[in-house]
Write a protein that binds this ligand. Structure first.
Ligand code: UPG
Ligand code: MN
Length: 668
């Protein structure tokens, strides 16, 4: 007793978390010098464009202006991105200090999990997340888990009912052996029985059997497309699903499956279980439901009547907890005596568990995951985060080395691009709305933070520059129009320097974060694809919406694909397979560059003029050459592959047509 008190005393003066600079002073200073040299080169490029602009009536004047605008966009965007590199800090929570000081005063925590469709988000995956949340290393009597089902599916409800039973075995098992991760499907897939520990092995095979039985019951029910009568009789909740219920038209359904106030809510060891609630908010066809943000707000209203915890954790249904101490880590940021009262939310980077070795769709790129509730935008999380921060509360970005949550990344190119489109569209909407960080945040948050938000919000418009760079130089090469300085000219230097510096730095940064060379290369390809398709179309759609011609939608990211597709994903083969406008754009750019590269080489080989004249073709040839290298998988998909994931021939014909038309058109 006295030693414990002593420890508490000694401990109480120390902070629950520490903030420190991510890199040493000299590294940071060296970066600033480097950034300055890049900035100077960018300005020189602008100067070149202004000095040598072709006169009125001269060929290529408009393309020149297009290139200039692109370089202005890139340049300003680069300046904005510096905000994320200037003062990088790292935060370290001390959960042992938290336990020492506050173990008996830990706050209640409500965990919100969102799901929206039992086909795209199968119940068996959803309950994995639910179980991982229920088994946090946290006093169960202080924990409530709410599942919001926007699909209003009785299958999801049934799966949750099964969870309320299985949890009685799963929770004590996890806690007894301190297992990680506590999502059963993931755990059983990963861990081969450990023969050293006989007790564990024995219990594991028992629990595993229970899990498999439950999983097969759920799968059977889903496959058969209906809940059998004898199951329906087990719980009064099923009576909510009468024949009149439709996905978009039903009353609100709230079912408390485990109630911590009930003394019988215990696991097989007699320990309390956390509260478990199913919610499907009311929906009516004529009323907008605001997607996930609407669902989160319904969760707040319902939970306030049941557990009303001061702390809320939000998870997507595919985002299981990978660290049972993550709640405690987060609490350090809220409960610290000096700074905790200013903390509004803690956000974790979005991580995925199904990433292939070289991350072919470059999924690891999205930065933050947080909770959010501002309506009218498919990226409710970002806009709400901004709104909270502008009210003076501080968000904490926490990126622990053991990932706190793992979700499912897109496994086909189409999925990945559709998701990118939703994000970039939503984010550009924010930029154009009253929430534009430069206006809304003006005087409320630091300029660096305003710029930091804009790194994401400007993805859509920046795509115009990339599209111009991927198309214009190759068209000019075809027509023999000069668009870059000759390689022997001094003006060529800033172009070369910015290009090399940017990519060398990007590569070094990727490698230092533990990426492979190949995953960096893959990410360059995906960035090209995203910018020329998803972000570009997002830009167009946002403009159309701004004119009042269409409405916001939310296309769910599918979490299941068939085995054939999965195999290609695991082998890191790009999945095309369907014809979509995005693939046509990708194929067109790839073919255009191939075509102009070959003609460009011919121009150089046949050059009889003075050496200076052909020099002007070298930069666009290099550019096309790089684009060809990055597009190698596209040519394979167009011409050589025979599997179902190849480019459909309709895409090939469409892009050949567009390339021919484009190369015949005069250049202004
Ligand atoms: O009408 C809806 C639509 C979606 N969701 C849920 O929202 C989550 C995210 O949807 P998903 O299709 O998985 O999109 P992602 O792009 O993977 O999600 C990221 O991007 C979203 C914003 O676009 C954020 O809301 C998410 O937290 C973030 O993980 C899922 O749990 C869905 O069930 C709903 O509850 N209701
Ligand atoms: Mn998701």
């Amino acid at each position: 007793m006295s030693t414990e008190n002593g420890a508490r005393e000694e401990n109480s003066g120390r902070s629950l978390f520490e903030t420190k600079a991510a890199e040493g002073g000299s590294v940071a200073a060296a970066y600033k010098v480097f950034a300055f040299t890049v900035l100077v080169s960018i300005v020189l490029i602008w100067l070149y464009r202004l000095t040598y602009i072709p006169g009125v009536g001269e060929p290529g004047r408009w393309v020149w202006i297009g290139m200039f605008v692109s370089e202005l966009l890139f340049g300003f965007y680069w300046i904005i991105t510096q905000s994320a590199r200037w003062n990088v800090v790292q935060r370290i929570p001390f959960k042992d200090r938290l336990s020492l000081r506050y173990e008996d005063k830990l706050p209640d925590v409500d965990i919100f999990i969102c799901t929206a469709d039992h086909v795209v988000e199968p119940p068996i995956m959803v309950i994995d997340t639910v179980l991982s949340a229920m088994s946090y290393n946290y006093p169960p009597e202080k924990l409530s888990i709410y599942l919001s089902d926007d699909g209003g599916s009785e299958f999801t409800f049934y799966a949750l009912l099964e969870v309320s039973d299985f949890a009685k075995y799963w929770l004590p098992f996890c806690k007894k052996f301190k297992l990680e991760p506590r999502a059963p499907a993931v755990y059983f897939k990963r861990n081969i029985l450990d023969s050293h520990d006989l007790v564990l092995a024995q219990e594991e095979s028992k629990v595993k059997k229970l899990y498999e039985d439950m999983a097969s019951r759920i799968e059977t029910v889903v496959e058969e497309g209906g809940i059998p009568k004898e199951i329906k009789e087990k719980h009064k909740g099923f009576s909510e699903w009468n024949s009149l219920i439709a996905r978009n038209d039903h009353q609100s359904i709230v079912q408390i499956l485990i109630d911590r106030r009930n003394p019988n809510s215990v696991d097989i060891d007699g320990h309390q279980l956390p509260t478990l609630v199913y919610l499907s908010r009311e929906k009516r066809p004529q009323r907008p439901h605001h997607f996930k943000a609407g669902s989160m707000n319904a969760l707040i209203r319902v939970s306030s009547k049941i557990s009303n915890a001061p702390i809320i954790l939000n998870l997507d249904c595919d985002m299981y907890s990978n660290d049972s101490d993550a709640l405690r880590d987060s609490l350090c940021f809220f409960m610290d005596e000096k700074q905790g009262h200013r903390t509004s939310y803690v956000q974790y980077p979005q991580r995925y568990h199904n990433i292939t070795k070289h991350d072919i769709y470059s999924s690891v790129a999205r930065v933050v995951h947080q909770m959010g509730l501002v309506y009218g935008c498919p990226v409710e999380d970002i806009v709400t985060g901004l709104a909270i921060q502008c009210r003076g509360w501080r968000p904490i970005y926490h990126n622990p080395s053991r990932y706190a949550f793992l979700g499912i990344a897109a496994t086909t190119l189409d999925q990945s691009l559709v998701q990118s489109k939703r994000w970039s569209e939503g984010m550009f909407q924010i930029f154009l709305s009253k929430y534009c960080p430069f206006i809304y945040g003006h005087g409320k948050i630091k300029l660096g933070a305003q710029m930091g938000y804009c790194i994401y919000l400007l993805w859509a418009p920046i795509s115009l520059g990339t599209l111009c760079y991927a198309v214009a130089p190759s068209l000019c090469l075809l027509h023999g129009i000069r668009i870059f300085p000759e390689v022997s000219s001094l003006w060529f230097l800033p172009f070369a320097y910015v290009f090399v510096a940017k990519y060398a730095y990007g590569l070094a940064e990727a490698l230092s974060c533990g990426d492979t060379l190949k995953s960096w290369w893959n990410s360059q390809r995906i960035w090209l694809f995203r910018r020329t398709t998803a972000y570009f179309l997002a830009f167009i759609d946002t403009v159309i919406r701004q004119l009042g011609l269409s409405q916001t939608t939310f296309v769910l990211t599918p979490k299941v694909v068939d085995d054939d597709v999965m195999k290609r994903y695991e082998n890191e083969i790009l999945e095309f397979g369907s014809s979509s406008i995005m693939f046509t754009i990708i194929a067109t750019i790839a073919l255009l560059n191939l075509f102009s590269f070959l003609l460009g080489i011919r121009r150089v080989v046949l050059a009889t003029e003075s050496s200076r004249a052909f020099q002007q073709f070298i930069p666009p040839i290099i550019l096309s050459g790089l684009l060809i290298m990055i597009n190698i998988p596209v040519y394979q998909a167009l011409f050589f592959r025979t599997d179902k994931g190849r480019m459909p021939s309709s895409v090939l014909w469409k892009s050949v047509m567009i390339v021919s038309l484009a190369s015949l058109m005069p250049i202004y």
